[in-house]
Design a protein around this ligand. Structure first.
Ligand code: ADP
Ligand code: ZN
Length: 709
């Protein structure tokens, strides 16, 4: 029998357990019932996957989402762990075959949906009682609680299963923290004196930022520019917003796709698939998106509108950074949004519900306006203590650079009051500047504040106005023609004649410790990963996570042993992908005269992604060489890259319209390939290649189809 740490190292490629993992696994192996509360990305899966490989027999995993099951099974298989799922998309004989393999001990983990347990046609419960079952894991176990927003009645059946299997340990896992849900999990699943493992819900790798919603689209573009090439989700309130935003982003060349419940299912699924496979970088979506995805390399989540409550906001932002690398959560805040949401809530006819939801909305609004550390606010909301500052949110970044802005702030605030709180920032600034513009109403030129701010430039007032909004002194009401109002906090300050401190500079960028890794090599490794994933028809993050590639780009290992020191490279992946990744690294360090860095595995440093500004896009260099007249082979040898990689650049360039496919495949051949492709039901490359045999290379086929679908 393998020990847990051997399994962790050998199959998952990790050198040590994280947080509570080890204690949880110990309890499970001691046959205790356990309940695990851990945030998204905390590493819940390892808590039952490692025991599954330590114990004889097999582990049953109950999970609500078919899409996630496939992902988990793919990920396990990629690590060399035999796993399978049973669901309604499979034929009877297929399912029988899987169960046979389970009986023969060929499969260690079986994923099922809860409805399968006692289904009328083929209940699993009989099979489970007579099989070599060693452990039952209940994933997303908050689904058993009526209090939660994900309640699934079928989960209540798990309690029956618990009774039928008195000697089998159960482990329940969830990332939902609230107290009522916790109680329900223990109660409704019928767990026996369960041992609780509660981790902090803090997601320390996520940076929280709140921006005023004014000019949100321009601000979004600036943000996306910094995030170049990264994968992320942009949440919008309405379907219309989703479509508009996606279109606008596409029109400026951002690789974005829409997702909402109103789109035809095929479109939705296709867009989601493209996102998961890194073919589309940005998903613009309503909150309908996200439940069924497990993508670990989501680098940012943006909310264009105020979410309805902190629970939703936290869950949605939590989809960023599951791999533990630094990630961003950006919220565009406006009081107007909160008024719109309140009106929507009032339409519901259950008054209790309306009252509760309004209370939650108020907390969300306070989050946006508050000047306390965002993380502290979130943690306190979920009932966790937290120090006053986290050092990784916009509020914490701006502290320290705050200056005394009492006098100009008083000017601006009184101008707003003198204007009866009925005008926007632009007009208020014109008054302060004593503008002679025709827009100014006659009576306003007589106000005491008219012209009192003419010594400062317009930009100064604009920045100050925005900062005062951000700091919660000024609220903006109305969406089309927003007007400024003073908040109670501002009135308080004025009354008490307290000083007002404002940080006028742009918020500092992160100052956290960063280990530098080679960005160009990282991009090349990402390209290689993308190619392999495409060939194997699995999501790239299942081949290796971003975190693993960052390690490779940091330490640049040139031997198989060295490669296996990288977190996330287990024996199977080293065998399966090692050669290709090592090849790329070795070529790269040779051509750049770099050395291998020794990794001190005992003190595994957490590697942090550097803000990705000024990326040297590797595809761009290929483009330059193409323009110089080099062919793909010449470019590959010049760049010390695989021809495959260069060809993938080429396909991208054709897709982007930078290069014409006709230069590489004749017009007639393109037509031939396209006609065949359009008649195909199964739109994969393989059948096309098989049909044409040696007549066309994969690359030629891809080039011919670059503008299809
Ligand atoms: P959760 O299910 O809690 O959201 P996962 O089980 O998907 O989290 O784990 C999140 C990420 O952390 C995955 O990429 C996983 O492989 C990685 N991970 C889990 N345990 C460890 C560990 N002990 N060391 C390093 N990485 C780990
Ligand atoms: Zn903070």
């Amino acid at each position: 029998m393998n020990s847990p740490i051997e399994v962790l190292k050998g199959f998952f490629g990790y050198n040590q357990f994280r947080g509570n993992q080890e204690a949880i696994i110990k309890a499970v192996l001691n046959k205790k019932d356990t309940i695990v509360l851990m945030p998204t990305g905390g590493g819940k899966s390892v808590c039952y996957q490692v025991p599954a490989m330590v114990l004889d027999g097999f582990t049953l995993v109950i999970s609500p989402l078919i899409a996630l099951m496939k992902d988990q099974v793919d990920a396990l298989n990629a690590n060399g762990i035999p796993a399978a799922f049973l669901n309604s998309t499979q034929s009877q004989s297929e399912q029988r075959y899987i169960l046979q393999e389970v009986e023969q001990g060929k499969i260690k983990l079986v994923y099922v949906a809860p409805e399968r347990l006692f289904s009328q046609s083929a209940p699993l419960s009989d099979f489970l009682q007579s099989s070599k079952l060693s452990l039952v894991a209940v994933d997303e176990s908050h689904c058993v609680s009526q209090w939660g927003h994900d309640f699934r009645p079928e989960y209540l059946k798990i309690g029956q299963l618990r009774k039928l299997l008195p000697n089998i340990p159960f482990i329940a896992l969830t990332a939902t923290a609230d107290k009522l849900t916790r109680k329900d999990i223990a109660l409704n699943l019928g767990l026996k004196d369960p041992q609780w493992f509660i981790s902090s819900f803090d997601r320390s790798n996520i940076t929280y930022r709140v921006e005023q919603k004014r000019n949100s689209f321009e601000k979004l573009l600036e943000f996306l520019e910094e995030q170049q090439g990264n994968s992320g989700v942009i949440y919008c309130l309405s379907r219309r917003n989703v479509e508009e935003t996606a279109e606008k982003l596409q029109s400026v060349g951002v690789s974005a796709m829409p997702y909402h419940a109103g789109l035809p299912r095929e479109v939705r699924e296709r867009n989601q698939e493209q996102f998961i496979k890194d073919e589309t970088k940005v998903m613009v979506a309503t909150i309908a998106f996200g439940m069924g995805i497990d993508k670990s390399n989501v680098r940012f989540v943006v909310h264009m509108n105020l979410p309805q409550n902190i629970e939703g906001y936290y869950q949605e932002t939590g989809r960023a950074g599951r791999d533990g690398l630094p990630s961003e959560a950006l919220l565009f805040f406006s009081v107007g949004d909160s008024i719109t949401l309140e009106r929507m809530l009032e339409k519901a006819d259950n008054p209790d519900y309306v009252a509760i939801m309004k209370g939650k909305l108020a907390k969300m609004r306070t989050f946006g306006m508050s000047r306390t550390c965002r993380r502290k606010y979130l943690m306190n909301y979920f009932g966790e203590e937290f120090p006053d500052s986290c050092g990784n949110c916009d509020i914490c970044f701006s502290q320290g650079s705050a200056r005394d802005m009492t006098v100009p702030s008083q000017m601006l605030l009184s101008a707003i009051v003198r204007l009866q709180e009925s005008y926007g920032l632009g007009y208020t600034i014109l008054i302060l500047k004593g503008s002679k513009s025709a827009k100014i109403k006659e009576e306003h030129t007589k106000l005491s504040v008219y012209g009192i701010g003419k010594d400062q430039p317009e930009d100064f007032w604009k920045t100050l106005g925005e900062k005062l909004m951000k700091e919660g002194y000024i609220a903006e009401a109305g969406s089309q023609f927003p007007t400024l109002k003073l908040t109670t906090m501002a009135w308080d300050k004025l009354k008490k004649k307290e000083k007002i401190f404002v940080a006028m500079d742009a918020p500092q960028k992160k100052t956290s410790k960063e280990v530098s890794y080679n960005k160009e090599l990282f991009e090349a490794l990402k390209d290689l990963r993308f190619q392999i994933a495409k060939k194997e028809d699995i999501p790239p993050y299942i081949v290796f996570s971003d975190a693993t590639l960052v390690e490779m780009a940091t330490y640049r290992p040139n031997t198989k042993e060295g490669l296996m020191d990288m977190a996330g490279v287990g024996a199977t992946k080293a065998d399966r992908y090692g050669e290709e990744f090592l090849g790329m690294i070795i070529r790269y360090i040779k051509s750049h005269n770099l050395e291998v860095k020794k990794k001190l595995t005992a003190s595994r440093a957490t590697v942090k992604l550097k803000a990705s500004t000024g990326v040297s896009d590797t595809g761009w260099l290929t483009y330059k060489y193409l323009q110089d007249g080099l062919n793909t082979y010449q470019i590959a040898s010049k760049r010390n890259m695989k021809v495959n990689t260069i060809e993938s650049h080429l396909v991208k360039l054709v897709k982007n319209g930078k290069v014409e496919a006709e230069k590489f495949v004749s017009k007639d051949d393109i037509t031939t390939i396209r006609v065949f492709y359009r008649r195909l039901e199964d739109k994969r490359l393989k059948p096309i290649k098989e049909h044409f045999g040696d007549r066309f290379s994969y690359c030629q086929i891809k080039l011919a189809l670059a503008h299809e679908s």
